[in-house]
Design a protein around this ligand. Structure first.
Ligand SMILES: *Cc1c(COP(=O)(O)O)cnc(C)c1O
Length: 229
């Protein structure tokens, strides 16, 4: 078995164990392979090992890999922060966007989603650890933002995404993810159609995220190895 296949099997075992511990069905947790900085060949190998959903952070890099891999039935997720001048390309070439944090971006994605495509799936990024350096809307801004995004025609508001402040303490990790789940529930009470997605948990904290209800874990390092810039 190649290292990549072995890594993916190990991540799957971690997801299954965490799901079992919290009595959740393992199929309720999607594995999103974060392929930023890795070449198209790595993605192709990950697909051969059974993964379909790929997450990328940088638009030009992602577009180059998409062009090389157009023969594969991959589902592309955009994870990076989006500037206004990038929305048109993101709207045309991705199925999911995880880091929307202001209405203007969501409006542009909706307007620029090409006719004939399914609505673009959107998660709102929340700055759950209230870090000055992090993007994401504040928990206080979320109700208004979610209600406005829900009204847009060509995007579908699916849920929330967070990147909490890193911590080695599982209880601390869980607290941030629990807060996110509570925010989702509170916000859902204000929406016509409830959100069904919690995009949370990465290589180092996916167990804590699954315990608190993650439906997408976004895993880079534990699948592809340590990124070298
Ligand atoms: C890079 C990245 C990940 C993956 O992180 P790992 O620690 O390598 O698993 C997940 N989510 C986002 C938004 C990222 O930028």
């Amino acid at each position: 078995m190649s290292i990549l296949t072995e890594n993916i099997a190990q991540v799957r075992r971690r997801i299954e164990a965490a799901a079992r511990t919290s009595q959740r069905p393992p199929q309720a947790i999607g594995l999103l392979a974060v392929s930023k900085t890795w070449p198209a060949e790595s993605i192709s190998n990950a697909h051969a090992a059974g993964l379909t959903h790929m997450g990328e952070n940088y638009l030009q890099e992602a577009r180059a890999k998409q062009a090389q891999l157009s023969h594969l039935p991959l589902v592309w997720h955009f994870l990076g922060n989006i500037q206004s001048n990038k929305t048109r390309e993101v709207a045309a070439h991705f199925d999911w966007v995880h880091a929307v944090d202001r209405l203007k971006i969501a409006q542009r994605l909706s307007e620029q989603r090409p006719a004939g495509m399914q609505p673009l799936n959107i998660c709102l990024q929340v700055n759950i650890s209230n870090e000055a350096s992090k993007s994401g809307c504040s928990p206080q801004q979320l109700p208004q933002l979610a209600q406005a995004v829900e009204k847009l025609d060509n995007v579908r508001l699916r849920g929330l995404m967070v990147i909490p402040q890193p911590s080695d303490d599982v209880e601390e990790q869980r607290a941030a993810f629990r807060q996110t789940r509570m925010l989702l529930e509170q916000t859902n009470a204000l929406l016509q159609t409830p959100m069904d997605t919690l995009s949370m948990g990465m290589s180092s904290d996916l167990e804590a995220a699954i315990a608190e209800g993650a439906t997408w874990v976004r895993v880079g390092t534990a699948i592809f190895g340590t990124r070298t810039p």
